[in-house]
Design a protein around this ligand. Structure first.
Ligand code: E4P
Length: 251
């Protein structure tokens, strides 16, 4: 069963239940119909986030230690500011993945800021045990640095809210990142797994739409890639002609 078929069939069944059979479906139809393609920004740059937040097209944020180092902010303060200033559905904050204890200690620091923070954990044995324990406590988790479908199976078993396959880093190493997304999405769909596929390490617009086509629930984009999502050379060319014609019409 493909992802699209499964999803369409679910919507059709709910419509039938509600509109024809007259019963109240367990999952509200509106919830499924509005099942959107979520866009997160992958950055630790406050101004870049604030500027794009205004568009209403950004659903969440992912961060990592490298992004935080580059932006020169204090990680805890930055997460606190994001949680205070914006209404995102998810803000991923990454723990230091050295040991289980360090991961839990780090996670608690973020969760003390806001218990709805998504704790980002590495796809290691200890990371998954930490994920399992946090998930059992109702905490949202994002298992990161995923490079195989087998790893994604383990993350789902650990109750991860999100799994982050790294598309760009796969491509950098001559593996297909989008095929990995397709494999994980298909596998999760076939088994009714609730873990969401969050396609990460995206470097260009083409891969973004490919990941969504292949079943990713979420894409996380650097701000520059987000900005390019609006653009097409034929839009610019068409607009230039229309502008010229408007001038002629209006004298
Ligand atoms: C995802 O959560 C990571 O922060 C990110 O997408 C990594 O991207 P990179 O491979 O471009 O560093």
């Amino acid at each position: 069963m493909s992802y699209v078929t499964g999803y369409s069939a679910a919507v059709a069944r709910l419509f039938w239940e509600e509109k024809v059979a007259g019963s109240i479906p367990a999952t509200p139809i509106g919830h499924l119909l509005s099942k959107p393609m979520k866009i997160f920004l992958d950055t630790a740059d406050y101004n870049a986030i604030a500027e794009r937040y205004q568009t209403g097209l950004v659903d969440g944020i992912t961060t990592n230690p490298t992004l935080v180092r580059k932006s020169g902010v204090n990680y805890l303060d930055f997460i606190k500011t994001l949680a205070n200033d914006f209404a995102f559905e998810s803000i991923s904050a990454e723990v230091d993945g050295e040991t289980y204890d360090v991961m839990l200690e780090n996670a608690n620091q973020f969760l003390n800021i806001d218990p709805s923070i998504t704790i980002k954990l590495p796809l290691t044995k200890e990371g998954l045990i930490a994920c399992r324990d946090l998930a059992m406590g109702g905490i949202k988790t994002n298992v990161t640095l995923c490079f195989s479908a087998a790893q994604a199976v383990m993350a789902a078993k650990a109750g991860a809210t999100y799994i982050s396959p790294f598309v760009g880093r796969m491509n950098d190493n001559s593996f297909s990142g989008v095929e990995l997304v397709r494999a994980i999405s298909g596998l999760y769909c076939a088994h009714g797994v609730e873990t969401k596929v969050l396609a990460a390490s995206l470097r260009d617009v083409h891969h973004v739409s490919r990941c969504l086509l292949y079943g990713a629930n979420v894409v996380t984009l650097p701000p520059a890639v987000f900005d390019k999502m609006y653009n097409h050379v034929l839009t610019d060319a068409g607009l230039a002609i229309f502008e010229k014609d408007f001038k002629e019409i209006n004298g």
